[in-house]
Design a protein around this ligand. Sequence first.
Ligand code: WT7
Length: 637
Amino acid sequence: MSYPFQIKSEAAYHQAYQQSVAHPEQFWEAIAQTFQWQKKWDQVLEWNFKEPRISWFKGGQLNITENCLDRHLAEDANSLAMIFEPNDVTTPAQQFTYQELFDKVNQFAWVLHNNGVKKGDRVCLYMGMIPALAIATLACARIGAIHSVIFGGFSAQSIADRLQDAQAAFIITCDGAHRGNKTIDLKNVIDDALVQCPFVQRVIVYMHTQTPISMKKDRDVWWEDEVQKVIAAQQTFFPAVAMDAEDPLFILYTSGSTGKPKGVVHTVGGYMVYATYTFVNVFQYQKGDVHFCTADIGWITGHSYIVYGPLCAGATTLLFEGIPTWPNAGRFWDIVDKHRVANLYTAPTAIRSLMGFGLAPLEGKELHSLKVLGTVGEPINEEAWHWYDEHIGKKQCPIVDTWWQTETGGILISNMAGITPAKPAYATLPLPGIQPVLVDEKGTILEGNAISGNLCIQFPWPGMLRTTYGDHERCRTNYFATYDNLYFTGDGCYRDEQGNYRITGRVDDVLNVSGHRIGTAEVENAINSHTGVVESAVVGYPHDIKGQGIYAFVIIDSLHGDAQLTQLDIAQTVARVIGAIAKPDKIQFVHGLPKTRSGKIMRRILRKIAEGALDQLGDTSTLLDPSVIASIVDGKL
Ligand code: WT7
């Protein structure tokens, strides 16, 4: 399959960009036509950012799995769809052709159907990074159920919150997951979550780690038993359910500046077109290349660039169960050589962590198969960029720095590998169809170059979120109400003399820890739930490997045991409430927090203290009690 929409030169990029702005509907219609639709759309685009109401390819009907699977069978049935590299180096890798993946997805679609899952039902997936997760994801899409994948690092409480919000009656999980030398007992965590979720009717459990688990009669069933029933009943082909272009495909929960994660909703048609278009163009994917995205399917990066984008493009996608440092820090490079990986797409935090091991783990690794390197999730510092370029790409592989968000569905700002120039630490230029603007605090659009502002997008693109599940008003206030008629990203940004964009980080109360998004309010709520805690304030501070670390200032009224134990207790509470990924790196006990006379915590000051920028505390005279500052500074960790 060749890609009619693949941009092949810098001039073609500029031409496509101009056209996408001048005639957006024509532009996206031509791309959408290259996909398989059951019924053509009546209208390409309908939108307003006020409500917001965004609809792409309205009236069109399709099933995304026909695009990921069925349509490749004619010519590419025996091409590799997916390679699976297990956590354990002695366990053989697995390969799935498009035919094999198609068969497995159809089979599991029958399992879902036989278990009562219907179009529009919400299905929660809480699994390790194994082929069954990709298969379950696609099987949901095939029967029209809305999947909500929850990252394996979230706690029982977080799962319960999400299940309740989505009213998900079906769960697919594993007994456990392997990560490095640890086993994560996923089913046990699910059991804890379900104590609060009586509406859950069915839990389908894939056996992977042989961890002892409890199976509740009439609720829990084994994946393999259900598959055997499907085989016995000779249920093979499952007709892909017709979906309206604007029917939801999935919900993915992400953190915002308020305490409760929000369920970002993506719809079938626009998401498919956008994820595939950006996959092919940013990575300049060539048929036969092995694409290795190291993200977890529990995040949007995994949805768009492990599952949907690559499979819609008929690509070979590599799924890795383990972690970069196990059994040693050469694991990624071994995988690259073993499976002849062409595209490696990872997070700056992984690069920085591997840099820390020096060059020894690279000895004996060839890395000759690599063609394109990518980064995602957080700003990449120049040092890490150059290390990636020199030691991994051997200065032969373009690096794409891809900026986007859970809400955007796919990459919005990035260079295109070998087509448009890279600039270290810059995401560079908007992809065709994307109209970024920088605004000042009042929302005035800042024209011209060499300027900083808040990053907004002023025109819809097919992959953008449509709503936040069950609460459209929240979607409006979060993204469309800050500035009139603009989608607000929450990121600060600099545009250089040539018009290249450099993302400088969040301007709201959202942290980016190892490429994971964590709301400060969520962490504060978790800390405040600990006995003895009166109040807390959480801010980010620069961290060499994680990008940002979590710094908590906590007021307590009583110590149970010593201070150090109480700090550990608080960290444990956060792990219980949210998950280990949100544990504070530093917890400082304070007697007071800097507040304005109206009682608002002045985080700006706390951020400066956490950063150690004590000479930049600014004007503290408006504080209710300026003396708290000196005492906080004294106790700084
Ligand atoms: C936030 C979105 C997009 C998938 C992974 C994260 C930051 C993302 C970059 C980049 C600088 C980046 C932004 C954004 N971010 N990519 N290339 N350069 N910052 O998705 O969890 O929704 O987080 O990650 O701050 O708003 P997410």
